[in-house]
Design a binder for this molecule. Structure first.
Ligand SMILES: [Zn+2]
Length: 401
């Protein structure tokens, strides 16, 4: 804590430990496992958000609020790109070629490099960014930061289901887009994303889309729409969206309304008619055009027909995200050893425990998921509040904490 208060940004954990034992030599005799106890203390400080262990280079970030500051600056930079594609080239992100408020910009270039790597890794680890390979390089894509509007909104053709919920709408939407894109069953690209809509191509064929409407403070409505997708594909898509929203929205706030459309004249059946007919035990709507629309909820029947893939889609999304984060971390490891060569610490034990840390993180998906929701909220709220006012970013973190 004393080192943190000096304002120092980063320190190798091994060096912190060495400094600690030099200042408190009597403790070495008293505690024969001082190294592990020190590690536990570092973990406790991290749990209180006072420091952050980086997954590479054995580093401890002593001013973790800077990581949030850089993350929101990066997200805003992606939003402000003239192409409106909510993305920024990974090279630009990692080299810091984007606007960071002067009072938050780190003067030391080497240290900034390490923080930039940690920032990008963190955004990927929290399901807030997709990494996309394009012809001109790799991009970090932020589904909630697109500027262009989806032309078919708010009435996309093929809409079939509306899911309403209360909670952090933007982070629920962004993480849903990223996780669906990593689910192995569906994929998407920047060209298929808009401010509030994403279209996925199903591996099994056809298109599945989500469209987000924010209907009030902390209230959202996600419309699902389909084109050329089979009943089974639609079932898995809907089930995953519902599971994702249910998990992250306020408990009990999610509601699903199935939209029925007359295949003959393409007109949606009004919700009130569906409700009235169902109350009378009827499952058929006679359209004025002469067509008939089945208004029975097919969910139960489909659930019997198709086994749920939510769990395996989640596992695929975790694996893909962890892989991307791991690649970034490994890059950063190379980078940090280049930067710190000549001032390496002798504590090899610390290095190995830091590697263990990243491997543990790979498997601790459940823990990561919880941390994600929390951190995604902080980062997104920060991004929103700093885009509303460019000043006062320093107080944003304490306000949201
Ligand atoms: Zn009709």
């Amino acid at each position: 804590m004393e080192v943190k208060e000096t304002g120092r940004l980063l320190a190798p954990a091994g060096q912190l430990f060495e400094d600690f034992t030099r200042l408190n030599p009597e403790l070495i005799a008293e505690d024969d496992d001082l190294g592990s106890d020190f590690d536990v203390c570092i973990g406790r400080l991290e749990n209180r958000d006072l420091i952050r262990r980086l997954s590479f280079g054995d580093y401890v970030l002593l001013q973790p609020e800077l990581l949030d500051a850089y993350a929101s600056a990066l997200v805003i930079a992606a939003k402000n790109e003239p192409d409106g594609l909510g993305s920024i080239s990974e090279d630009r992100a990692l080299s810091g070629h984007f606007h960071v408020p002067e009072e938050e910009r780190i003067g030391d270039h080497k240290q900034e490099q390490l923080l930039l790597h940690a920032t990008v890794e963190e955004l990927v680890r929290y399901d807030l960014a997709l990494r996309e390979s394009a012809a001109d390089g790799r991009y970090l894509v932020f589904p909630s930061q697109f500027n262009r509007d989806y032309a078919e909104a708010p009435d996309p053709p093929g809409k079939a289901v509306a899911v309403t919920f209360e909670g952090p709408t933007q982070s629920i939407y962004a993480t849903l887009a990223v996780r669906l894109g990593h689910s192995q069953l569906f994929e998407t690209a920047r060209t298929e994303m808009w401010r509030n809509a994403v279209i996925f191509t199903a591996r099994a064929g056809g298109k599945c889309g989500i469209y987000l409407q924010e209907v009030g403070e902390g209230r959202g409505r996600v419309l699902l729409f389909f084109e050329g997708a089979t009943e089974e594909t639609r079932f898995h898509f809907e089930e995953y969206v519902v599971a994702h929203i249910n998990r992250r929205a306020l408990f009990g706030s999610m509601q699903l309304v199935r939209l029925f459309v007359c295949k003959n004249c393409n007109t949606p059946v009004p919700d009130t008619y569906v409700e009235l007919l169902r109350e009378q035990g009827k499952h058929l709507f006679s359209c004025p055009c002469g067509g008939a629309v089945i208004i029975a909820d097919p969910k139960e029947m489909l659930a019997r027909r198709y086994p749920s893939l939510v769990e395996s889609m989640d596992q695929a999304a975790d694996r893909q995200r962890d892989f991307e984060a791991f690649v970034l971390s490994a890059n950063a490891e190379t980078h940090s050893s280049r930067l710190s060569s000549g001032q390496a610490t002798s504590a090899s034990l610390w290095r190995s425990s830091s590697r263990m840390w990243s491997i543990r993180q790979l498997w601790a998906s459940a823990w990561v998921m919880n941390a994600c929701t929390r951190s995604a909220r902080v980062i997104l709220r920060r991004a929103v509040s700093s885009s509303r006012s460019t000043r006062g970013t320093k107080s944003a973190r304490s306000a949201t904490a």
